[in-house]
Design a protein around this ligand. Structure first.
Ligand code: HEC
Length: 196
Protein backbone atom coordinates (compact mmCIF):
# COMPACT_ATOMS: atom_id res chain seq x y z
CA UNK A 1 0.00 0.00 0.00
CA UNK A 2 2.79 2.39 0.87
CA UNK A 3 4.01 2.83 -2.71
CA UNK A 4 0.73 4.38 -3.81
CA UNK A 5 0.79 7.19 -1.31
CA UNK A 6 0.45 10.67 -2.70
CA UNK A 7 0.45 13.19 0.07
CA UNK A 8 -0.91 16.14 -1.96
CA UNK A 9 -3.88 14.15 -3.18
CA UNK A 10 -4.34 12.64 0.24
CA UNK A 11 -4.37 16.03 1.90
CA UNK A 12 -6.93 17.35 -0.59
CA UNK A 13 -9.16 14.36 0.04
CA UNK A 14 -8.71 14.74 3.76
CA UNK A 15 -9.94 18.34 3.60
CA UNK A 16 -12.91 17.42 1.40
CA UNK A 17 -13.68 14.42 3.61
CA UNK A 18 -13.60 16.60 6.67
CA UNK A 19 -16.27 18.92 5.27
CA UNK A 20 -18.55 16.38 3.63
CA UNK A 21 -21.70 15.61 5.54
CA UNK A 22 -22.76 12.71 3.33
CA UNK A 23 -22.33 9.02 4.02
CA UNK A 24 -18.86 8.25 5.23
CA UNK A 25 -17.95 5.56 2.74
CA UNK A 26 -14.64 5.91 0.95
CA UNK A 27 -14.63 7.69 -2.39
CA UNK A 28 -11.97 5.30 -3.68
CA UNK A 29 -13.42 1.95 -4.78
CA UNK A 30 -11.69 -0.78 -2.82
CA UNK A 31 -11.56 -3.12 -5.81
CA UNK A 32 -9.58 -0.83 -8.13
CA UNK A 33 -6.08 -2.29 -8.22
CA UNK A 34 -4.35 1.10 -8.39
CA UNK A 35 -6.51 2.64 -5.69
CA UNK A 36 -4.46 4.30 -3.01
CA UNK A 37 -5.73 4.85 0.50
CA UNK A 38 -7.46 8.24 0.45
CA UNK A 39 -5.16 9.42 3.21
CA UNK A 40 -1.78 8.26 4.44
CA UNK A 41 -1.47 6.17 7.58
CA UNK A 42 0.05 9.08 9.47
CA UNK A 43 -2.73 11.47 8.43
CA UNK A 44 -5.47 8.98 9.26
CA UNK A 45 -3.88 8.28 12.64
CA UNK A 46 -3.58 11.98 13.45
CA UNK A 47 -7.18 12.72 12.44
CA UNK A 48 -8.48 9.71 14.34
CA UNK A 49 -6.61 10.69 17.50
CA UNK A 50 -8.26 14.12 17.43
CA UNK A 51 -11.71 12.54 17.36
CA UNK A 52 -10.78 10.07 20.13
CA UNK A 53 -9.67 12.94 22.31
CA UNK A 54 -12.82 14.88 21.52
CA UNK A 55 -15.02 11.88 22.36
CA UNK A 56 -13.11 11.11 25.55
CA UNK A 57 -13.12 14.67 26.85
CA UNK A 58 -16.79 15.28 26.03
CA UNK A 59 -18.04 12.07 27.63
CA UNK A 60 -15.76 12.27 30.65
CA UNK A 61 -16.87 15.83 31.40
CA UNK A 62 -20.53 14.81 31.18
CA UNK A 63 -19.92 11.68 33.28
CA UNK A 64 -18.14 13.60 36.03
CA UNK A 65 -20.87 16.21 36.11
CA UNK A 66 -23.60 13.55 36.29
CA UNK A 67 -21.80 11.62 39.04
CA UNK A 68 -21.27 14.71 41.17
CA UNK A 69 -24.84 15.94 40.66
CA UNK A 70 -26.84 12.73 40.76
CA UNK A 71 -24.48 9.86 41.59
CA UNK A 72 -23.49 6.82 39.50
CA UNK A 73 -27.08 5.79 38.72
CA UNK A 74 -27.88 9.02 36.90
CA UNK A 75 -24.46 8.83 35.25
CA UNK A 76 -25.46 5.44 33.80
CA UNK A 77 -28.41 7.17 32.16
CA UNK A 78 -26.07 9.82 30.77
CA UNK A 79 -23.67 7.21 29.45
CA UNK A 80 -26.51 5.20 27.96
CA UNK A 81 -27.95 8.10 25.97
CA UNK A 82 -24.95 10.34 25.43
CA UNK A 83 -22.18 7.88 24.48
CA UNK A 84 -23.85 6.78 21.20
CA UNK A 85 -24.93 10.38 20.50
CA UNK A 86 -21.45 11.79 20.94
CA UNK A 87 -20.03 9.16 18.56
CA UNK A 88 -22.68 10.03 16.02
CA UNK A 89 -22.19 13.78 16.36
CA UNK A 90 -18.44 13.49 15.84
CA UNK A 91 -18.88 11.04 12.93
CA UNK A 92 -21.28 13.43 11.23
CA UNK A 93 -19.12 16.49 11.76
CA UNK A 94 -15.98 14.71 10.53
CA UNK A 95 -17.52 12.66 7.72
CA UNK A 96 -16.28 9.22 8.82
CA UNK A 97 -17.54 6.68 11.34
CA UNK A 98 -15.93 6.39 14.77
CA UNK A 99 -16.88 4.82 18.08
CA UNK A 100 -15.85 2.59 20.96
CA UNK A 101 -15.65 -1.17 21.29
CA UNK A 102 -14.42 -3.83 23.71
CA UNK A 103 -13.58 -7.50 24.17
CA UNK A 104 -15.99 -7.41 27.14
CA UNK A 105 -19.00 -5.43 26.04
CA UNK A 106 -21.60 -3.62 28.01
CA UNK A 107 -23.62 -2.53 24.96
CA UNK A 108 -23.79 -5.12 22.15
CA UNK A 109 -24.15 -2.25 19.64
CA UNK A 110 -20.46 -1.61 20.24
CA UNK A 111 -19.43 -5.06 18.95
CA UNK A 112 -16.03 -5.08 17.21
CA UNK A 113 -15.51 -5.81 13.51
CA UNK A 114 -12.82 -8.29 12.44
CA UNK A 115 -9.87 -5.88 12.56
CA UNK A 116 -10.85 -4.51 15.94
CA UNK A 117 -11.55 -8.00 17.34
CA UNK A 118 -8.06 -9.09 16.25
CA UNK A 119 -6.51 -6.11 18.00
CA UNK A 120 -8.49 -6.76 21.18
CA UNK A 121 -7.55 -10.43 21.19
CA UNK A 122 -3.90 -9.56 20.75
CA UNK A 123 -3.65 -7.01 23.55
CA UNK A 124 -6.43 -7.70 26.08
CA UNK A 125 -4.64 -10.53 27.86
CA UNK A 126 -1.07 -9.66 26.99
CA UNK A 127 -0.26 -7.33 29.88
CA UNK A 128 1.69 -5.30 27.33
CA UNK A 129 0.87 -1.68 26.65
CA UNK A 130 -1.49 -1.58 23.66
CA UNK A 131 -0.36 0.75 20.84
CA UNK A 132 -2.31 2.93 18.44
CA UNK A 133 -2.62 0.88 15.25
CA UNK A 134 -3.82 1.65 11.72
CA UNK A 135 -5.03 -1.31 9.68
CA UNK A 136 -5.34 -0.86 5.92
CA UNK A 137 -8.98 -1.55 4.94
CA UNK A 138 -11.08 -0.85 1.86
CA UNK A 139 -8.88 1.87 0.43
CA UNK A 140 -8.61 3.57 3.82
CA UNK A 141 -7.61 2.88 7.38
CA UNK A 142 -9.18 1.54 10.51
CA UNK A 143 -7.37 3.36 13.30
CA UNK A 144 -7.57 1.69 16.71
CA UNK A 145 -6.43 3.16 20.03
CA UNK A 146 -6.49 1.64 23.51
CA UNK A 147 -8.83 2.80 26.29
CA UNK A 148 -7.23 2.03 29.63
CA UNK A 149 -9.28 1.67 32.82
CA UNK A 150 -8.83 4.61 35.21
CA UNK A 151 -9.86 4.78 38.87
CA UNK A 152 -13.06 6.69 37.93
CA UNK A 153 -14.11 3.86 35.60
CA UNK A 154 -14.27 1.10 38.23
CA UNK A 155 -17.29 2.89 39.71
CA UNK A 156 -19.26 1.20 36.91
CA UNK A 157 -16.79 -1.28 35.37
CA UNK A 158 -15.09 -2.68 38.51
CA UNK A 159 -16.05 -5.48 40.88
CA UNK A 160 -19.88 -5.73 40.87
CA UNK A 161 -19.76 -6.49 44.61
CA UNK A 162 -18.75 -2.88 45.16
CA UNK A 163 -21.83 -1.57 43.29
CA UNK A 164 -24.83 -0.23 45.19
CA UNK A 165 -28.10 -2.15 44.61
CA UNK A 166 -29.39 0.90 42.70
CA UNK A 167 -26.39 0.91 40.37
CA UNK A 168 -26.69 -2.85 39.75
CA UNK A 169 -30.37 -2.36 38.98
CA UNK A 170 -29.73 0.52 36.58
CA UNK A 171 -27.07 -1.49 34.72
CA UNK A 172 -29.31 -4.58 34.55
CA UNK A 173 -32.16 -2.52 33.17
CA UNK A 174 -30.24 -1.45 30.05
CA UNK A 175 -27.60 -4.17 29.83
CA UNK A 176 -28.88 -7.62 30.85
CA UNK A 177 -25.84 -9.17 29.09
CA UNK A 178 -23.28 -6.82 30.62
CA UNK A 179 -19.76 -8.26 30.35
CA UNK A 180 -18.01 -5.00 31.22
CA UNK A 181 -17.35 -5.47 34.93
CA UNK A 182 -14.36 -6.82 36.86
CA UNK A 183 -11.88 -4.33 35.39
CA UNK A 184 -9.06 -2.87 37.48
CA UNK A 185 -7.23 0.43 36.93
CA UNK A 186 -4.59 -0.15 34.26
CA UNK A 187 -6.56 -2.93 32.48
CA UNK A 188 -7.37 -2.53 28.81
CA UNK A 189 -11.05 -1.62 28.96
CA UNK A 190 -11.59 -1.39 25.20
CA UNK A 191 -10.74 0.74 22.20
CA UNK A 192 -11.60 3.80 20.22
CA UNK A 193 -11.86 3.15 16.50
CA UNK A 194 -12.31 5.30 13.39
CA UNK A 195 -12.64 4.27 9.75
CA UNK A 196 -11.02 6.93 7.59
C1 HEC B 1 -21.57 5.91 35.56
C2 HEC B 1 -21.15 4.62 35.11
C3 HEC B 1 -19.95 4.55 34.17
C4 HEC B 1 -18.70 5.05 34.40
C5 HEC B 1 -18.18 5.82 35.59
C6 HEC B 1 -17.91 4.65 33.23
N1 HEC B 1 -18.68 3.95 32.35
FE1 HEC B 1 -18.06 3.10 30.61
N2 HEC B 1 -19.95 2.55 30.20
C7 HEC B 1 -21.04 2.79 31.01
C8 HEC B 1 -22.24 2.50 30.27
C9 HEC B 1 -23.66 2.65 30.79
C10 HEC B 1 -21.83 2.06 28.99
C11 HEC B 1 -22.70 1.66 27.81
C12 HEC B 1 -22.87 2.88 26.91
C13 HEC B 1 -23.70 2.59 25.70
O1 HEC B 1 -24.86 2.17 25.88
O2 HEC B 1 -23.23 2.82 24.59
C14 HEC B 1 -20.38 2.10 28.98
C15 HEC B 1 -19.62 1.75 27.90
C16 HEC B 1 -18.25 1.86 27.84
C17 HEC B 1 -17.45 1.48 26.70
C18 HEC B 1 -17.95 0.98 25.33
C19 HEC B 1 -17.81 -0.49 25.13
C20 HEC B 1 -18.92 -1.29 25.75
O3 HEC B 1 -18.59 -2.12 26.60
O4 HEC B 1 -20.10 -1.14 25.36
C21 HEC B 1 -16.15 1.73 27.03
C22 HEC B 1 -14.93 1.50 26.18
C23 HEC B 1 -16.17 2.30 28.36
N3 HEC B 1 -17.46 2.34 28.83
C24 HEC B 1 -15.06 2.73 29.03
C25 HEC B 1 -15.10 3.48 30.21
C26 HEC B 1 -13.94 4.13 30.77
C27 HEC B 1 -12.54 4.07 30.22
C28 HEC B 1 -14.38 4.79 31.90
C29 HEC B 1 -13.58 5.68 32.82
C30 HEC B 1 -12.95 6.83 32.23
C31 HEC B 1 -15.81 4.53 32.03
N4 HEC B 1 -16.20 3.73 30.98
C32 HEC B 1 -16.60 4.99 33.06
C33 HEC B 1 -21.01 3.25 32.30
C34 HEC B 1 -19.94 3.88 32.89
Amino acid sequence: MRIYRNSTLALALLVVGGCSSGPSTSTVPASTPTSAPAVTEAQATQTAKETFQQFGETLKAELKKAISEGGPVSAVEVCHTRAPQIAEEISKARGFPMGRSSHRLRNQNNAPDEDIARYLEKYSGSGKEAPVEAVSTDGGWTVIAPIVTQPLCVTCHGDPKTFSPELTQALNKYYPNDKATGFKPGDLRGVFWARI
